[in-house]
Design a protein around this ligand. Structure first.
Ligand SMILES: NC(=O)c1ccc[n+]([C@@H]2O[C@H](COP(=O)([O-])OP(=O)(O)OC[C@H]3O[C@@H](n4cnc5c(N)ncnc54)[C@H](OP(=O)(O)O)[C@@H]3O)[C@@H](O)[C@H]2O)c1
Length: 284
């Protein structure tokens, strides 16, 4: 059977070559870097430490390790893939002087058990609005709600039966259009969740979060999200993940998240559990 990667290559993805900066080179950032470079995009990358530490990833992908101040220079898109608590630790004025059409993609999520309490988010401010306020720049929210393992392995050519969908929120329609093309190029059906004010519908605890749904079921899941119950479900999922006997692979995580987030008795308003009906396609 052909691998997902070779299927993607055969499909011949379209799209201009982009210059990208990636901040954070952990599980999520490194996966993004592998995907972006595989599709021929130019990538520079940074974390909070010495760029030298990224030499292995640089060798494997061709991405250029740089100091954090350099990662936003001369790029079309910057991806934030760091823990939520690290966002306020980014250098002050990092984006000063960057052109207004440079896009910042927020891939981050808030987990209080990992990030500590962030009062404004606890009080209901959508996570990406908080990120936008912290960095003083508009953001597009995407890739936050697909696990790194799925991002790496579950991309499929357009029209494939088992193609999963990825939500995108944001206020800038031009920027969203560009990111929509990129999501499609990476092998996923883009789904427009609306503006940033509604981006909580793709946050941890929502039925759309990392549950690998196809387009039709993602649409249902986004509509079914129930803000009040989401923090409790998010914390329950985090607890299950961190107390599991052995580390869960991404497919087991998707199954666990589906069970936890789409339980109709908890996610009020959710009549059917998206992703578990016979009509749903998933790679998990
Ligand atoms: N893992 C996933 O499947 C996944 C999927 C979707 C979204 N996300 C989200 O993506 C973000 C990163 O997750 P992850 O799993 O990749 O975490 P991770 O493996 O712990 O990696 C975090 C990265 O952020 C860097 N970092 C931390 N503080 C920083 C700072 N102040 N400035 C610059 N870089 C900093 C770390 O490098 P140094 O500490 O060495 O600087 C590291 O490279 C989280 O918000 C997560 O919720 C993760």
């Amino acid at each position: 059977m052909a691998s997902a990667a070779s299927m993607e290559q055969r499909q011949g993805f379209r799209g201009d070559k982009l210059r990208c900066g990636v901040i954070g080179v952990g599980e999520e950032g490194a996966t993004l870097i592998r995907k972006l470079t595989k599709h021929g995009h130019e990538v520079r990358m940074a974390h909070s430490k010495d760029p030298e530490d990224m030499s292995g990833l640089a060798e494997r992908t061709g991405a250029q390790p740089v100091e954090i101040g350099e990662v936003v220079k001369d790029v079309d898109i910057v991806f934030l893939s760091i823990p939520e608590k690290a966002v306020p630790e980014l250098p002050k004025g990092l984006f000063k002087g960057c052109p207004s059409d440079m896009i910042v993609v927020d891939c981050c999520n808030y987990y209080p058990s990992r990030d500590g309490r962030i009062q404004e988010i606890d009080n209901g401010l959508p996570e990406s609005v908080w990120v936008k306020n912290q960095i003083g720049r508009n953001v597009i929210k995407t890739f936050n709600s697909i696990l790194a393992g799925a991002l790496e392995e579950a991309g499929r050519p357009k029209g494939s039966e088992d193609r999963i969908a990825v939500p995108i929120s944001g206020d800038d329609s031009k920027a969203k259009e560009k990111i929509t093309r990129l999501v499609d190029e990476m092998g996923f059906d883009p789904y427009d969740t609306g503006d940033l004010a509604h981006s909580w519908r793709q946050q941890p605890g929502s039925p759309a979060y990392c549950t690998n749904l196809d387009l039709k079921n993602l649409e249902t899941a986004i509509r079914s999200a129930h803000k009040e119950v989401m923090p409790g479900l998010r914390d329950e999922a985090y607890r299950k993940m961190s107390t599991a006997d052995k580390q869960m692979d991404w497919k087991s995580l998707v199954r666990m998240l589906r069970e936890t987030y789409a339980n109709p008795s908890k996610q009020t308003g959710l009549e059917a559990m998206p992703g578990t009906s016979s009509t749903t396609t998933t790679t998990a």
